[in-house]
Structures are given as C-alpha cells and as structure tokens.
Ligand binder design. Structure first.
Ligand code: GAP
Length: 488
C-alpha cells in the first residue's frame, strides 16, 4: 500500500487553505458567526471540536508560561477598562492604520495589504526582483510615515482595486481600529468606553497590585489570555484576521538597561515553544519590524508558513517603560519599583510576548491537515487526516465496539468509564469500523480502540494509531497508560 501525502504537492496552496476552511466547518471546528443570518464579516464561532482544540492550546501556553516559570503569574482582567487607559497607552491617538479607498468601488484597503497582495501577484508571475524592490520601498515609506510617497508607489505600479479593476485612489488616511460603546444606562450621561484592542493594558494597570500581592522581584512576568477587539478594515483569510479574537500575552518586567538581553532571551524561548508543537524549524522565521509600534524600541514577529504564505503568529516587543510611565502620568499614581539589590527606585522596562490564540489554532490546523492517497493496485482509496499533536487533539481516544451486540458495547462502556475522568474520550457504535476510523482521522483523534469478540475471551483490544494507521493488540488495562504517555 502506498501512502502519498498529496497536500505537499497540491498545485495551489490557496486550494489547501480553502480545503481546511471547509473541513473545519464539516467536522465541528469553526463556523461563520450567526450563519443563519448569512454570517458576520470576520467573526467566527468555534464548534465542539474547535473549542476543545483552542482550550488545549490555551492550557498548554498557560502551563508553559506560568507553571514552568516560577517568576510568572497569570491574571484575568476585565475587557472594559477606564477610558483614560487608552489615552495613556497611546491607542486613542496612534492605533490606526493607513488606508486608501478606491473611488469607483468604494472599497477600503489597508495600504500595506494592498501593496503586499500586488507583490504576491508579481511573485506568481515570476517577477521576484520587482516584488522585492516594491516591498523594500513600501517598508521605507511606512517607516517614514510618508503617505504621499506610498500613494505615488501605488500609482506608479498601477495597482488596481480587485472589485472595480480601476486605479482611482483617494489620498491615504489614518483610521483608528478601536471599537467603542457606551457605559451607563442614560445615553446623555453615558461614558464612551472602548473594547480593549489588546489584553496587555489589563496587565500594566495591575502591575503594582500583582507585584505587591505576589511579592515577586524583578525580573518577573504577568501572563493573561483573553479577548481583544479590532475594527480591522481588511478582515479576511478566515480566522487569521478577525474583529473579535483572543490573545495570549505576557509582560516581563525588567531593570532598565537589560532590555536587549531579555528581548533576545524571549525571542529564543518563544521560538522553542512554537517548535515544541511538533512543527519543524523550517516553517518559522523571525521578521524584524521596520516601522515600530508607538510603544516599542525593538520588535519582531514569529512568522509561520501558512498555506497562504509566511505570516505573523506572535509578536515580541521591547516596550521600554512607555506604558507604565504614561499610566503614572495620567493616573498620578506611582508606578515605581524599589530594587533592593541596587537600592534604587525605577519604572521597570517591559518585554512583551503576544501570540494570537486563533492564529495558533490556524497554524496547528494548517500543519495537521493532510490528504493522503491510500490506493493499492486493486483499490482506489484516500483519507483526510488531522495529524494534531496528541496533547492538543480535541478527542484523545475513540472507543469503538466492532458490533452493537454480543456484550461488546458493555466492554466498550467499561473502558469509557475507566478513561473519561482522565482525558476526552468518544464512544461510537454506528457505521462500519472503516468509516468510524476515517471519521476519527478527520477529527484528529490520535488513538482508537476496537472491542471485538477476542476482547471477551482475553481482555485485549486493537489499538489503532491515527498517523501510521498501525494496529496492535494490547490489554485493556494498559489503554490509559499508553494514551497518557502521549498526551502529557
Ligand atoms: N500587545 C501587543 C499586540 O497586541 P499585535 O502584534 O498587534 O501586538 C499580537 O498583536 C498578536 O495578536 C498577533 O501576533 C496576532 O497573532 C494576534 N492578532 C492581532 N490582530 C489580530 C486579528 N485581527 N485577528 C486575529 N489575531 C490577531
């Protein structure tokens, strides 16, 4: 039997991306939000298996950040924050993207996305040198906030709107990405507040509370997982860019002047974490920021090679004392730390690691999705498998009685009762065993055990491994141990 993975040889990777999106919908991973009303642009719901995968990734990150680092603790701050928070953080004045509108279609584009898409088209046409030069020029102009120059670049390259097909562009303008709402019941008295565009500020404003209660000494970190909201103008590419999404962020508070070494430390540490998901180093790269965010003195992204190309999954930012200093100024509360080792008071510097949970879900799914040709000389066959690392897989073990009679379901139920307190199990007795295996492959279940007549005689079952499809005979009493070895 030949097992060919044809995902790798698919002619068009965008096809693979579309196949993943369909697969997610068909197998309970991810649905468009409010689909019965035709969906809501760039908002998605996680289904029964998607929410399990997302939770497993979240737990894995949380454990590796907090439990595995004695000097990092977690918090869970509210989404709503005092409006001055966003003035102090710079988001009210600076959290905007340069946008351009096409005068004919009225479609609005983020300038960098418009140019990047055009560069991708050039690449596809074999004009790599031109694409490279274009992107270098774009980076230079963005870093200088030279919007006139960017508009000229768009015009010189005759970049067209994909809807109207014309190149009639407005001037470039800045649009703030924060959503706002009203706090208070009477409209006239209500205060305008924002839905947080990053979780980090919940950590900054709690810096002194946590430092005092945890009694941690610098360097120490505060971690958080939570929702963030951005009114993304170009929101597409499935869960890669959403208007409501989740971040897993950690702020590491350090002594001023040590930021270079801690920045290098967290770059290496986070890259190791990504590779611990079982993804090869060749699928990642660092991308240093040319145009730094308003709060950073150094910043880079960890990019993963999605089917749609290398894209950012995580940002690592050296945020200086920008946030704490501004909160001190706006709140008039001291944000200083007394460092007893050097007998000095100072506002700590911060290194931030900020990873998108949804993008990590997409990364794990992109890496796991395979279409395999299992054809033999006499029979055409294939399967779709999600080779998700066992520790992240939504279901760890499927328990399948071969037939629905002869006492086999009873044995299967006993196995279910033994294992379900320890990890997520799934019981299934409908359909042929072959169909049930295929369904579990498509959901990404790493282990299936089949209970058959022999199980009644000698207390053994067949265990089938998802990735190799190998089958072994094992004792029922060993199932829990075998699965647990792979998932922790
Ligand atoms: N606190 C720093 C910060 O928010 P960022 O680079 O803007 O930095 C961090 O965002 C991460 O959040 C990104 O690397 C990405 O994974 C995720 N993210 C940002 N915007 C997103 C969006 N619209 N949809 C999904 N994930 C997003």
């Amino acid at each position: 039997m030949s097992t060919t993975i044809f995902a790798a040889t698919m002619a068009n990777d965008n096809k693979k991306f579309q196949a993943i999106i369909s697969h997610c919908k068909e197998y309970g991973y991810i649905f468009p939000s409010s689909e019965i009303y035709d969906g809501l642009s760039a908002v998605y719901d996680y289904g029964e298996w998607g929410s399990e995968l997302k939770k497993n990734i979240k737990d894995y990150w949380w454990k590796s950040m907090t439990q595995m680092h004695e000097n990092i603790v977690g918090i869970d701050a509210a989404i709503f924050m005092h409006p001055t928070t966003w003035k102090a953080s710079g988001h009210v004045d600076n959290f905007s993207d340069p946008m351009i509108d096409n005068k004919d279609s009225k479609k609005r584009y983020r300038v960098d996305h418009l140019i990047e898409n055009f560069a991708e088209e050039l690449e596809e046409k074999g004009e790599s040198d031109r694409a490279k030069k274009l992107l270098e020029e774009m980076d230079r102009l963005l870093a200088a906030s030279d919007y006139e120059g960017l508009k000229q670049l768009i015009e010189q390259n005759k970049i067209k709107c994909s809807v109207s097909g014309t190149a009639h562009w407005t001037d470039i303008r800045q649009f703030n990405l924060m959503f706002s709402t009203q706090l208070g019941s009477v409209t006239e008295e209500a205060n305008e507040i924002y839905l947080r565009p990053e979780t980090a500020q919940g950590i900054f404003v709690n810096f002194l509370n946590v430092q005092k209660t945890s009694r941690l000494k610098i360097p120490f970190g505060i971690a958080q997982v939570g929702k963030a909201f951005r009114n993304e103008i170009v929101a597409r590419q499935f869960i890669f860019r959403m208007r409501e999404f989740e971040q897993m962020e950690m702020q590491y508070f350090i002594r001023p002047g040590t930021q270079k070494e801690w920045y290098a430390f967290w770059k290496a540490e986070r890259m190791k974490w990504h590779q611990s998901l079982g993804i090869g180093p060749e699928k990642f790269r660092f991308h240093d920021h040319v145009k730094l965010a308003h709060y950073a003195d150094a910043a880079c992204d960890i990019e993963y090679e999605f089917p749609i190309g290398f894209k950012e999954v995580e940002g690592i930012h050296s945020r200086t004392d920008f946030d704490l200093r501004n909160h001190q100024q706006y709140s008039k509360k001291k944000m200083q730390y007394f460092d007893s080792e050097i007998n000095q008071n100072y506002i700590p510097y911060v290194i931030e690691t900020s990873i998108g949970l949804d993008r990590t879900v997409l990364m794990v799914l992109s890496e796991a999705y395979r279409e395999e040709d299992l054809s033999t000389a006499d029979k055409q066959d294939s399967r779709v498998v999600l080779a998700i690392p066992p520790r992240l897989a939504p279901i760890k073990l499927a328990i399948l009685p071969l037939v629905k009679k002869d006492g086999l379901p009873e044995i299967a139920r006993q196995i279910m009762d033994q294992c379900k307190p320890w990890f997520r199990c799934f019981y299934e007795e409908k359909d042929t065993i072959g169909k049930r295996y295929r369904r579990m492959d498509a959901i990404g279940t790493p282990f299936c055990v089949t209970v058959d007549q022999q199980s009644k005689e000698d207390g053994t079952v067949t265990i089938r491994y998802r990735d190799s499809m190998q089958q072994d005979r094992i004792e029922i009493s060993r199932i829990k141990e075998i699965v647990e070895k792979q998932i922790f």
